[in-house]
Design a protein around this ligand. Structure first.
Ligand code: FES
Length: 147
């Protein structure tokens, strides 16, 4: 039997948990099960992650999966600005998953909107926002600097 890595378990397990989450709307559930966000896998160098801007040509939201980094990063292009959210629940640091209208934490049920603001606790603080900058044709995400 193949061993599941923690990240893979969380991704798979959390999506399954979504089905049992009675407090989510039907739209959230359909979106979570329907079209998954684009995932871009990359590496980190000096706490910086580079994402080609071309990734946002057809999809405004990208999920960035960084090798050897515990959490994924959700990047949303909004009015030619880029917002990067660390997908780390602010309650007890569980990886959150994207839903149709934001993010969901399967550990204790916290929900966040697309901007990372808390919609439902127990989390009390928004998802951490990371500093970004555009360098040539890449978006640089500074994983060690809050926006
Ligand atoms: S760790 Fe996310 S709600 Fe508790």
């Amino acid at each position: 039997m193949q061993k599941l890595e923690r990240r893979d378990f969380l991704k798979t397990g959390c999506r399954i948990c979504l089905l049992g989450a009675a407090s989510l709307t039907l739209g959230d559930l359909l979106s979570a099960c329907g079209t998954p966000a684009k995932v871009f896998s990359t590496t980190m160098n000096n706490n910086q992650v580079n994402v080609p801007l071309s990734r946002f040509a057809t999809e405004d939201t990208q999920i960035i999966s960084v090798q050897h980094f515990e959490y994924e990063i959700a990047v949303r292009k909004k009015n030619d600005q880029y917002e990067a959210l660390l997908m780390q629940c602010t309650h007890q640091h569980n990886q959150v998953v994207r839903t149709g209208s934001g993010f969901y934490c399967s550990l204790h049920g916290s929900q966040f909107d697309q901007d990372g603001n808390v919609k439902k606790g127990p989390a009390e603080r928004p998802l951490p926002r990371l500093r970004t900058e555009i360098v040539q044709d890449h978006l640089v995400i500074h994983t060690n600097q809050k926006a």
